[in-house]
Design a protein around this ligand. Structure first.
Ligand code: HEC
Ligand code: HEC
Length: 450
């Protein structure tokens, strides 16, 4: 379906080029041909605007991350090697001549000043700085690209071309936030649910997440740990392959991409915007959100830096394609063909992961009882369910492409399954599927082919 969209867009663009080319022989191959039809013009404008927003727009959240938490003070002392170790990624195309210098070892990656130069060139994914005259950061803001994009390591580990929509499973969000000198606003919110909590405990919670995880609901419900004492944070999901899906996020009932984008922009990134959701007034489920009235955030239109960005951001998100695996490289084609029969037949995966959307058309969520797993994370969502996760691009995580070896795999919302083999074995056991080992292996190859 999304591939059709892409094919259609390409077809329309090619058609447009053909029409323009035949109209004017002066055009050369490398001149950009702009579409002329209103729908195509709008589509291209929305894509470009949405891409800029996704990559670079802080929505004014510097007032929170920089001016209040003073995260920039920590970044001012951060060397590029430390930044890379925290999982921050560097866009090689924004580096210009600096890329060569890095390759030839001419840049001191243990000098914090080099990090500031990278941020100044907008090369550190998701980190947007404002600078003093002496080159130090005056304040800093964060964007969507921080967690939902990575790089292809074309220059070095952590330095390469941008891959928008790919979850950054190396990123230690908790470690980065914990480095901010002032956590008082976070402590203050959490005290609504946990009156005795202090900054040291909040730092410990943030540092417990580890790479590839973030807790989007922590400041709504104050639940930092699962009943068995594990961090309540979830895996960073991909932001590609999402068109045609109704519900998003791991847990069900929050809403569509456009809903979640608004929530993230205002409540998580803390941009200057407006967000309305009266479900957050449910004090039993969301004690913090209800008391702080997070479902009723409103700023005057002339100060709102989120709302006007939502249409193009939505459009861009839906346009991000899931990466396509290559037969013989990423999966075994014969085994995958056999696995397709298992997927729709004996294993009945297609009941929920509906071909070719890989989630259900409609209300794509299931109760913990249906999933035969515990309810902890589901109970943090309005619907008390788990959303049927899409499956396109699974091979990336199975192979650990563009991520550190220790961070690969990690399937399900908390990353409980290290490999697809583990996922399949668990379904086999939980749902009593009676799959033979060869059937399970074929199913894994099929999953890698999606
Ligand atoms: C600090 C890391 C972080 C940042 C920054 C971030 N997100 Fe997310 N995003 C997450 C996590 C974690 C989830 C999963 C939340 C859950 O399921 O509870 C998520 C979920 C999503 C989803 C749902 C994906 C799916 O599985 O269907 C979308 C869409 C999304 N984010 C968009 C955005 C946009 C747009 C921005 C910028 C405005 C953004 N995110 C910024 C961490 C982040
Ligand atoms: C009853 C509906 C249902 C059925 C049947 C089902 N799934 Fe799932 N699947 C889900 C849900 C819901 C999730 C998300 C679980 C979570 O949030 O942790 C999921 C997650 C997954 C994931 C992890 C995705 C990720 O990004 O981490 C994989 C892989 C997967 N399913 C494969 C399968 C396979 C293979 C089968 C058949 C053996 C199957 N599923 C059957 C509902 C279902």
């Amino acid at each position: 379906m999304k591939r059709h969209d892409v094919i259609l867009t390409v077809a329309v663009a090619v058609l447009g080029i053909a029409v323009v080319l035949s109209a004017s022989n002066q055009l050369t191959n490398n001149q950009l041909v702009k579409p002329t039809q209103p729908v195509e013009v709008r589509a291209m404008d929305m894509l470009e605007e949405g891409r800029q927003t996704f990559r670079f727009d802080t929505f004014g959240d510097e007032t929170f991350w920089g001016d209040t938490l003073r995260l920039h003070e920590a970044i001012n002392g951060l060397t590029p090697n430390q930044a890379l170790a925290l999982g921050l990624k560097v866009d090689v195309e924004a580096l210009g001549g600096l890329a060569n210098d890095i390759q030839q070892g001419k840049v001191n990656l243990d000098d914090p000043a080099a990090t500031r130069v990278l941020i100044q060139r907008q090369a550190v994914l998701g980190v947007v700085g404002q600078f003093n005259a002496d080159g130090t950061l005056r304040t800093v803001g964060l964007t969507c690209a921080l967690c939902h994009s990575t790089v292809n390591n074309s220059l070095a580990a952590g330095i390469g071309q941008r891959l928008d929509g790919w979850a950054n499973r190396d990123l230690n969000v908790g470690g980065i936030v914990a480095a901010a000198p002032n956590l008082d606003p976070i402590v203050g919110l959490l005290r609504i649910a946990i009156p005795t909590i202090d900054a040291a405990t909040v730092r410990a919670v943030l540092n417990s997440w580890g790479p590839g995880k973030y807790d989007a609901e922590l400041l709504f419900d104050g639940k930092a740990f699962t009943p068995d004492g594990k961090p309540a944070a979830t895996m960073l999901p991909n932001a590609y392959g999402l068109s045609g899906h109704n519900l998003h996020t791991w847990t069900g009932g929050w809403g569509t991409v456009s809903y979640w984008n608004a929530l993230v922009g205002v409540l998580l990134l803390r941009g200057n915007g407006t967000f309305f959701d009266p479900r957050m007034d449910n004090a039993a489920q969301f004690p913090i959100a209800a008391a702080a009235r997070l479902g009723h955030v409103s700023v005057p239109p002339d100060q709102d830096r989120v709302t006007g960005k939502l249409p193009a951001l939505h459009f861009y998100q839906l346009a991000l394609p899931a990466p396509r695996p290559t037969a013989g490289v990423d999966f075994n084609a014969d085994a995958a063909a056999r696995g397709a029969t298992v997927f729709t037949g004996k294993a009945d995966c297609n009941r929920c992961h509906r071909t070719p959307l890989w989630t259900e058309p409609g209300w794509n969520a299931h109760t913990p009882a249906e999933m035969k797993i515990e309810s902890f994370q589901a109970d943090r969502s309005p619907d008390h369910t788990y959303r049927t996760m899409g499956l396109a691009g699974l091979f990336v995580r199975e192979r650990g492409l563009f991520m550190r070896a220790e961070n690969k795999g990690r399937f399900y919302h908390d990353g409980r399954f290290a490999t697809l083999r583990d996922v399949v074995a668990s379904y086999n056991q939980r749902f009593g599927l009676l799959l033979t080992v060869p059937e399970q292996l074929d199913l894994v190859e099929y999953l890698k082919s999606l």
